[in-house]
Design a protein around this ligand. Structure first.
Ligand code: SF4
Ligand code: SF4
Length: 370
């Protein structure tokens, strides 16, 4: 890709309606919100879990409200809103995070991503996966993502937001087929190229630093971002968080596939002037993929548990665990179980592929990443 991309970054210190609307309108104008007149629009917020707004895990509902209103005012034919958290099955409704109420109040339809999914060939991977059928039915797809760190991929952001189009537990199986960080980045780029979203707006007003995407700390970062190019948008996010974009797996993969724009234009704030130096980032791992995910587990299996508990991986804290068993259900490698005898979650590290799905799903912050 040789073309340039525009990323709008504007200050937005709060979610109060006037402040948010002014920032939203500026982002849409600067970055070129697509024409939705007469079209079916799918809005895709980040609803990793149905958690309270204050946790900053999900896209703020007031941003979803504004996007619905903007599409309606621009005469969209229908407005759908949807996502599919890893643990929730059919009929999931985002009630606690406030997005369902917003849909009802604003006349948008919450769509179930798990209902009759399509089988779709994922671009560039040779794999066929289940995907929400509304992706193929919508005329315009808009991401409403959240600025967050991510234990495996360093950043969450806009490209990864579309992993949510893979329904429910099908997501955890993806980690088995794409076990390393780099191969998972290839899958995320492949899903993104299959979905082909038209525009994304990133909620960086209250973002998540530290142990994202589910157990980090909310941080007032006061920024709203938007772009028609998610790779450019995620690059801007990485710069703001203080990462070297060249080391972010999704951006590296996008570069390998010639998908990064040759130039990024910032008509409002420049990402390099918004760097938050003390942002709490996920530290870079020295090794990704092959050694961590393939060699060490094989060695551990061979030597019989010598490495058990000593390698990188999730650590389960008995004192915090509420025994919900969400981690056991989500684990694609069947590497963890609840020991009745010990009354705790026990892991077989020789099976663990270090996907951190368990960490993402834990509602009690009872899993540390070593
Ligand atoms: S134990 Fe956690 S990190 Fe390991 S494979 Fe299972 S879900 Fe992934
Ligand atoms: S998800 Fe967290 S709280 Fe639930 S059983 Fe696993 S470790 Fe315990």
């Amino acid at each position: 890709m040789n073309s340039s991309a525009v990323v709008s970054i504007v200050k937005c210190p709060s979610y109060s309606p006037d402040v948010l609307e002014a920032a939203f309108m500026q982002v849409c104008k600067s970055a070129g919100f697509p024409d939705v007149k007469g079209k079916i629009v799918l809005l895709k917020p980040n609803v990793l879990s149905d958690s309270p707004v204050s946790a900053a895990i999900t896209t703020n509902p007031e941003l979803v409200r504004l996007a619905i209103r903007y599409c309606r005012e621009n005469r969209a034919k229908e407005i759908w809103v949807g996502d599919s958290p890893g643990m929730q099955g059919q009929n999931f409704k985002p009630e606690k995070c406030g997005i369902l109420d917003i849909c009802n109040e604003e006349g948008a339809v919450w769509v179930d991503f798990t209902k009759d999914p399509d089988q779709v060939e994922i671009s560039g991977t040779g794999n066929t996966l289940h995907m929400a059928n509304v992706v193929a039915k919508a005329d315009v797809i808009i991401g409403l993502c959240k600025m967050k760190t991510h234990q495996l991929m360093y950043v969450t952001g806009s490209v990864k937001n579309f992993f949510g189009t893979i329904p429910g537990l099908h997501k955890s199986q993806c980690h088995m087929h794409f076990p390393s960080c780099d191969s998972f980045a290839k899958l995320l780029v492949g899903i993104h190229e299959t979905v082909k979203p038209d525009f994304s707006i990133m909620d960086g007003i209250v973002s998540m630093e530290g142990a994202g995407p589910a157990n980090g700390t909310p941080r007032n970062t006061g920024l709203l971002l938007g772009s028609a190019n998610d790779y450019a948008l995620d690059r801007a996010q990485a710069v703001i968080m203080g990462y070297d974009p060249a080391l972010i797996p999704v951006l590296k993969e996008a570069g390998n596939q010639n998908l990064m724009p040759s130039e990024i234009l910032y008509p409002d704030l420049d990402a390099s002037n918004c760097v938050i130096k003390d942002y709490v980032r996920i530290p870079y791992r020295k090794k990704t993929g092959f050694i961590r995910n393939l060699i060490l587990p094989v060695m551990a299996r061979t030597i019989g548990g010598f490495f058990k508990g000593k390698d990188h991986g999730p650590e389960f804290m008995k004192d915090r665990c509420i025994h919900c068993l969400k981690c056991v259900k989500i684990c694609p490698a069947h590497a963890i179980f609840f020991s009745e005898e010990e009354q705790r979650i026990v892991a077989d590290y020789s099976k663990c592929i270090r996907c951190y799905c368990c960490h993402e799903m834990c509602p009690a912050d009872a899993i540390k990443v070593k």
